[in-house]
Design a protein around this ligand. Structure first.
Ligand code: AHR
Length: 564
């Protein structure tokens, strides 16, 4: 079966319609670069071809501007993410302050736009004042989120310093479990205060005269979860979050607030109640999505579930904001003018190390990711790009060791497969999403193959195109980047690519490819380059050209636009 896809493949044309599309039959289909394909097929050991496909990109049809924060990350006090991950005091691999230099080097290459911290569930019982001041005087505490011991050696100042080293915008999630309204406001003052008052002065006293200007503040994390300290129902949460927002904004009116949404928008009534109460003060509503399962197509097909959940949440935002409201001045601040955005501030594949427990500290939640998981990651980045009018922040859970693209030992590190889509996209995608239409052979998958840990909402027998494509252009229209995930397990897909609009494509450009010998290929300390990015120059591009996307691969075609 073939599917027509424009952003989301909702229209399924008949086979007849597909076969009558111009340019899909005839000699032009025969083109491919022999040397390139030789290299690819020897690495992937696949030679068969599925039915041909077609991708049409319109350079003039700009869908929306992509906010770079969709490429964000997350560091939680959990397992070896902070301690032994980004921070290891006394290690020969660390600098004098304790930051792992090797980790910082590879994290920098991800050009992390925003880094969420300190949790996660950890945030629900974290008291920020435990983590400031002289380290030998910081209390060592029991962490009820992960049944762990917290040294508090990494606190607000260390986190801000890390963000600065990375070049990332900080995003702090406050304690809405055991914390108080006053404590949250004091944290804002500690970070951003410029007054001659207690908490701003404390920051100065500890060696940081300039305000940190932390812009993004999360109003609690997964507050609906009974696994969290201080769980609340929607109404109770919304009322308390409003009071926090008020106090926090009184300290610094410029901050942006992220309200806590339901898990994967699975409880739209939670989302509605939260939005009804916070619509004038919240800038974002959050959504967390985890998927898992060994079934190859089931897991890859869960990208559709992800998309559905984004659409569902966006629908609730529209419904709440669309009500005929009398604009109100909340606590002295003018009512919001812009639309509330979605922050997918935790997402990833998470199932191998869950062992049926929500808080399994013993396994440290260190998933090993394979090539298939990298294909899924690229599909989700495509999804964020094409949803960029509503998803303007996303944070992969997490940066190091715990469900992470980077794995450390005391001696070094290796990069997991899911590191590479991030690297590819932050380096080579443009910041404007383009209308991208895909006609591709399809696969069928079902709900049991990939489930999220709290919501089994995936439809049965959904049909998806093997090719998942998204094009972007940069502000100055210097290049078009076409990112294509070929989700076919075994077959290359020969594709006609048409790039319409002006300026026209030149012939020159680059091809980048993430691939490996099989979808199960993964990196490790012993085999750190089984999955990686390969690249080459090409001069095959133009208004209409052919490309063969190798089985189980992510390809990014970076094509120059001609200036004339
Ligand atoms: O990071 C792991 C946990 O996953 C987070 O603490 C929580 O928000 C989510 O359930």
């Amino acid at each position: 079966m073939l599917v027509f896809s424009r952003a989301s493949p909702h229209t399924t044309p008949t086979r007849r319609r597909f076969l009558h599309l111009p340019g899909l039959t005839g000699p032009s289909l025969a083109w491919f670069s022999p040397s390139w394909m030789q290299r690819v097929s020897s690495s992937s050991r696949v030679g068969q071809q599925a039915a041909p496909a077609k991708i049409t990109v319109d350079v003039d049809a700009r869908v929306s501007t992509i906010d770079r924060k969709i490429y964000g990350h997350f560091t939680e006090h959990f397992g070896r993410c902070i301690y032994g991950g980004i921070f290891e005091e006394g290690s020969s691999l660390s600098d004098e302050q304790g930051y792992r230099k090797d980790v910082l080097d590879v994290a920098r290459q991800l050009r992390v736009p925003v880094l969420r911290w300190p949790g996660g569930n950890f945030a629900a019982s974290y008291h920020w004042s435990d983590g400031i001041g002289p380290k030998d005087q910081r209390p060592r505490k029991f962490d009820p989120a992960w049944f762990a011991e917290e040294s508090n050696h990494f606190g607000t100042d260390e986190y801000i310093a890390y963000c600065r080293k990375l070049g990332a915008e900080p995003y702090v999630c406050v304690n809405m479990g055991t914390g108080t309204i006053e404590e949250a406001a004091a944290w804002v003052e500690y970070c951003n205060g410029t007054t001659n008052t207690q908490y701003a002065n404390l920051r100065r006293k500890y060696g940081n005269p300039e305000p940190y200007n932390v812009k993004y503040w999360g109003l609690g994390n997964e507050v609906w979860g009974d696994f969290n300290a201080g769980r609340k129902g929607a109404g109770e949460y919304a009322r308390q979050a409003l009071e926090l927002a008020k106090m926090m904004k009184w300290v610094d009116p410029s901050i942006k607030l992220i309200a806590c949404g339901s898990y994967a928008a699975s409880d739209l009534d939670w989302d509605r109640q939260v939005l009804e109460t916070l619509y004038d003060v919240a800038d974002y509503i959050s959504m967390h999505v985890y998927v898992g399962g060994d079934d190859y197509y089931g897991l890859l097909g869960s990208a559709r579930l992800f998309e559905e959940r984004i659409r569902a949440l966006d629908g609730v935002i529209g419904a709440v904001l669309g009500k005929n409201r009398t604009p109100r001045f909340v606590f002295g601040f003018p009512p919001r003018k812009d639309r509330i955005q979605i922050a997918v501030d935790e997402w990833n594949i998470w199932y191998r190390v869950r062992n049926g427990r929500d808080r399994n500290v013993t396994s440290k939640q260190e998933e090993r990711y394979n090539l298939r998981d990298a294909l899924w990651t690229a599909s989700i980045l495509n999804l964020f790009q094409r949803s960029s009018s509503t998803v303007t922040m996303a944070n992969l859970n997490q940066l190091v060791n715990v469900l992470a693209p980077i794995i450390t030992s005391k001696e070094g590190l290796f990069l997991q497969s899911i590191y590479f889509p991030f690297r590819l996209y932050v380096e080579h995608c443009g910041n404007i999403a383009l209308d991208t239409r895909t006609i591709s052979p399809t696969f069928t998958t079902n709900s049991q193959a990939a489930v999220t840990y709290n919501a089994r909402t995936m439809a049965e027998n959904i049909v998806l195109p093997y090719l998942d494509a998204q094009a972007t252009v940069d502000d100055d229209a210097r290049f078009v980047s076409l990112a294509v995930v070929n989700r076919h397990r075994d077959q290359n897909i020969r594709t006609t690519i048409q790039v319409q609009g002006s300026p026209a494509l030149g012939r020159e450009g680059m091809v980048f490819e993430i691939n490996g010998t099989s979808p199960e290929a993964e990196n490790s300390f012993n085999g750190p380059e089984n999955v990686t990015i390969k690249n080459r120059k090409e001069s095959i591009f133009g208004k209409s050209f052919q490309y063969e996307f190798p089985a189980h691969s992510v390809s990014l075609l970076k094509m120059q636009l001609s200036s004339g």
